[in-house]
Design a binder for this molecule. Sequence first.
Ligand code: HEC
Length: 122
Amino acid sequence: MTLINRSVAGALLFSAAFIFLTSLSAYGVDAKLIYRTYCTQCHGLDGSGKGVNTESMSVQPRDHTDPKGMSAISDAQLRKAIAKGGLSVSKSVLMPPWGATFNDEELDALVSYLRELCKCSE
Ligand code: HEC
């Protein structure tokens, strides 16, 4: 009984999350939510590069809150790194490619969000 209740609750929660996420996309892109969902396990909740995954990683994720390091990278390179992965910009393969996950609008929104995090421009 409890088991059934749990799976029903799980299914309801999943549908609620799905409806929430799909309704968001109808009203524009929430880059912060995307970042929190897909990027924080490596880059950290605050973007400082200290996510839960990083202890075992041989190359540490970039600190997106570092204005000096981030302003040295162009918007085009940030976008390419996100869409095509670390390797595409001669960085670590540990940075995954997201081009099949996000559309152009979402990729642009992510670049803008990174500029908010670093409080810097290229
Ligand atoms: C599995 C861990 C992981 C995830 C998840 C991840 N990254 Fe990264 N990311 C890295 C690592 C590691 C680097 C550093 C690569 C290097 O310096 O060689 C990096 C570097 C970057 C860079 C800098 C590239 C450059 O030119 O220096 C950007 C931009 C970036 N990540 C954005 C994102 C965004 C946006 C997301 C979420 C959509 C994300 N990352 C998710 C691990 C990750």
